[in-house]
Design a protein around this ligand. Structure first.
Ligand SMILES: C[S@@+](CC[C@H](N)C(=O)[O-])C[C@H]1O[C@@H](n2cnc3c(N)ncnc32)[C@H](O)[C@@H]1O
Length: 224
């Protein structure tokens, strides 16, 4: 048996003024869940195409249970972001070298991307638009991704992740295993957050990127 109660949390604004979750208290989310098959595809792809990975700096958006940092071979460093402090605490306990992680809402109108997170060869984000509050925030986030990758840098996402739209709300939950605890609960999100391949092609034109659709599971944007 479990129940939940929506609770108030600290927020930050997106560039368009939407209120976004920004609470560094211990909210549980994906740290003890299984990695998605989307992220597994990306790890398999990168480990097979190891020249893409060699000596590369990677930004992992949405670290979940840190599968990427645990399984990728031969990178230079991984920076990861998440909006769940429990995911960050879990990452910290892994003690992996060259793995840094930050609390950051990717749609927030904040400076962390400018100050700490920059110059990547690869950005991995399996849910490019899944949790977006509005078009303005998504556009600004994508512009930021393009800005912080090097020439020939790649933004890698998963095709099934693109079809996923969710809203995350902070709730107080009860379960017999955990008693009362704070967590981020998913609800269905708006259809406008679902991206088709055609949408991806439009994004690539808009941001002057090459788009590689040769892998049936992935969409890969490359900066020219
Ligand atoms: C469904 S989980 C997937 C976790 C992991 N990427 C995987 O595929 O197993 C979504 C992840 O995205 C992160 N996330 C969701 N919305 C975010 C946002 N607006 N900014 C930063 N991270 C976000 C969550 O913290 C979580 O790590």
């Amino acid at each position: 048996m479990s129940f939940f109660l929506e609770i108030k949390s600290n927020t930050v604004k997106c560039p368009n003024g939407c209120k976004l979750f920004n609470d560094k208290r211990n909210f549980s989310y994906w740290e003890s869940k299984n990695v998605t098959k989307d992220e597994k595809y990306i790890v398999d792809y990168l480990n097979i195409n190891s020249e893409v990975l060699k000596n590369k700096n990677i930004l992992h958006v949405g670290i979940g249970n840190s599968y990427i940092a645990k399984k990728l071979l031969s990178y230079n460093k991984i920076d990861g972001i998440s909006l769940s402090q429990n995911e960050l605490d879990y990452a910290s306990k892994l003690n992996l070298s060259n793995y840094n992680f930050f609390f950051q809402n990717k749609y927030a109108n904040q400076k962390l991307f400018d100050d700490k997170l920059n110059f990547y060869n690869i950005i991995i984000d399996i849910n490019l638009k899944s949790f977006s509050c509005c078009e303005v925030a998504f556009d600004e986030m994508f512009k930021m991704y393009v800005k912080i990758i090097n020439k020939d840098g790649k933004i890698i996402t998963s095709r099934t992740g693109l079809e996923w739209s969710r809203i995350i709300k902070p709730v107080l939950s009860f379960s017999f295993k955990n008693f009362l605890y704070k967590r981020l609960k998913e609800f269905d999100g708006p259809e406008s957050n679902i991206l088709s391949i055609q949408n991806c092609e439009e994004i690539s034109k808009k941001f002057n990127l090459d788009i590689d659709l040769s892998d049936q599971n992935l969409v890969i944007f490359t900066k020219k």
